[in-house]
Ligand binder design. Structure first.
Ligand SMILES: *Cc1c(COP(=O)(O)O)cnc(C)c1O
Length: 412
């Protein structure tokens, strides 16, 4: 092994993000490599929720919409996320789930290219994105060609018949990261619009939506943003499209004047038109406080640490790859990598269960992928070393062969 315990401990001591770990509650002894699926609990969140429940809900009740700014939460939270993804504060709003936000933005984008009939995406895109597009197509009488292609064929699939190119920046299985700037430019050269899913990008590394000229984007609140299970998602619409992007989920919260209670729908002129109904105040409040951990965090520094963590993991895993047949699925090139590392292994499910039992939490994605997420705000380099050590133990002692690790749970 080329990096010794002493070396990683030195890396941890000199880590500019090291003190951030204190902002999170991390169970003692647990090595958590799943912050890409559900981020850990920021320490400030329980007190905020306690206040929202006891004071705002319990005592101030309906007055809290004004008194405690409940109504403004979606925009306030959106503005905090905007800084992390290279958007203006008035281009992002927190709302609904990622799936629903894909529905809203895809439909709005298609209407901006009414003469075109093709939606391009990646066959390996997260299923909900593909499923939502199928529902949108059914709603529009099936008149669209859903051009799902492999990554190698993506650029060739974009031509002048395409309305929308809909991609997830980082592949949820392999951790492959698209070149957002290049694909967005190519999309625009053909007169189409871009819709990026930032589920595995927001909070994981710097994203530059406006610099890349992106039209629409969506993303999750509960992954790298640590907003808690089922946290509100977010939606980005570039300012230049806001007045024209029609919100087909035309609910009262997206109306120009919700409390005028008019019978006719008139969309708000700004990003608020992407909201639909009453915001989930508890979830919004948790996400609002969770985002404070990013205050003063330089996303370039965060990215540097993320790459060092994933490099270290890949390097430490090399002997296990040759000894036990793990196959690296994640690109080695830094610019093509998100903040996760994935390995294929035919016994992937049982191995992951055995590893979790040893106190290292990653996850499994069908058909055979072991997935490890690296969250630079709270992970230590020494934990990377220890995680590989425990995986080595699982393999050397064939712990994964125990029958209890073969049983498939509902959530993997
Ligand atoms: C996690 C994830 C989602 C989740 O969508 P929900 O509506 O929150 O369930 C969507 N898209 C991608 C790419 C994801 O990784």
């Amino acid at each position: 092994m080329s990096q010794s315990q002493a070396e990683v401990e030195l890396l941890d001591r000199n880590d500019p993000l090291g003190p951030k770990r204190e902002a999170f509650r991390i169970p003692e002894g647990l090595i958590y490599l799943d912050g890409n699926s559900l981020g850990v609990l920021p320490r400030a969140v329980p007190a905020r929720l306690e206040r929202v429940i006891q004071q705002e809900w319990g005592t101030d009740l309906i007055r809290s919409w004004n008194l405690h700014g409940w109504m403004e939460l979606p925009l306030k939270v959106g503005a905090k996320i905007a800084r992390l993804i290279g958007a203006q504060p008035d281009e992002v709003v927190a709302a609904d789930s990622t799936s629903i936000n894909v529905f809203k933005t895809l439909l709005a984008a298609l209407r901006l290219r009414p003469e075109r009939r093709v939606i391009v995406s990646d066959l390996d895109n997260f299923p909900t994105d593909l499923y939502i597009a199928q529902g949108v197509n059914a709603l529009l009488d099936g008149k669209y060609e859903l051009r799902w292609v492999h990554k190698e064929g993506l650029e060739a699939a974009i031509d002048d018949s395409v309305a929308v190119v809909m991609l997830t920046e980082v592949d949820y299985r392999s951790g492959y990261r698209y070149d957002m700037r290049r694909i967005t430019e190519l999309t625009h050269q053909h007169g189409a619009l871009s819709l990026w899913d930032l589920a595995h990008s927001a909070g994981a590394f710097p994203v530059d939506l406006n610099d890349c000229g992106v039209d629409f984007a969506v993303g999750c609140g509960y992954k790298y943003l640590n907003g808690g299970p089922g946290a509100p998602a977010f939606v980005f619409v570039a300012r230049r499209h806001q007045a024209a992007a029609f919100p087909f989920l035309s609910g009262w919260m997206g109306h120009q004047a919700p409390f005028a209670f008019l019978p006719e729908y008139v969309a708000a002129e700004d990003i608020r038109r992407l909201t639909v109904g009453t915001p989930s105040v508890l979830g919004m409040s948790a996400l609002d406080t969770a985002l404070e951990v990013f205050d003063q965090v330089d996303m370039a520094v965060l990215r540097e640490k993320s790459l060092r963590l994933t490099d270290l993991f890949i390097e430490q895993m090399e002997p296990l790859c040759s000894a036990y047949g793990f196959q690296l699925m994640t690109p080695r090139a830094h610019e093509r990598r998100g903040s996760q590392v994935a390995y294929a292994h035919p016994e992937g499910y049982a191995i992951m269960q055995a590893l979790i039992a040893s106190g290292v939490i990653g996850d499994f994605r069908a058909p055979n992928i072991l997935r490890f997420g690296f969250t630079p705000l709270y992970l230590r380099y020494a934990e990377v070393l220890e995680a590989v050590r425990r995986l080595e133990d699982v393999m050397r002692n064939q712990k994964w062969q125990e029958p209890r690790f073969q049983v498939r749970e509902k959530v993997t």
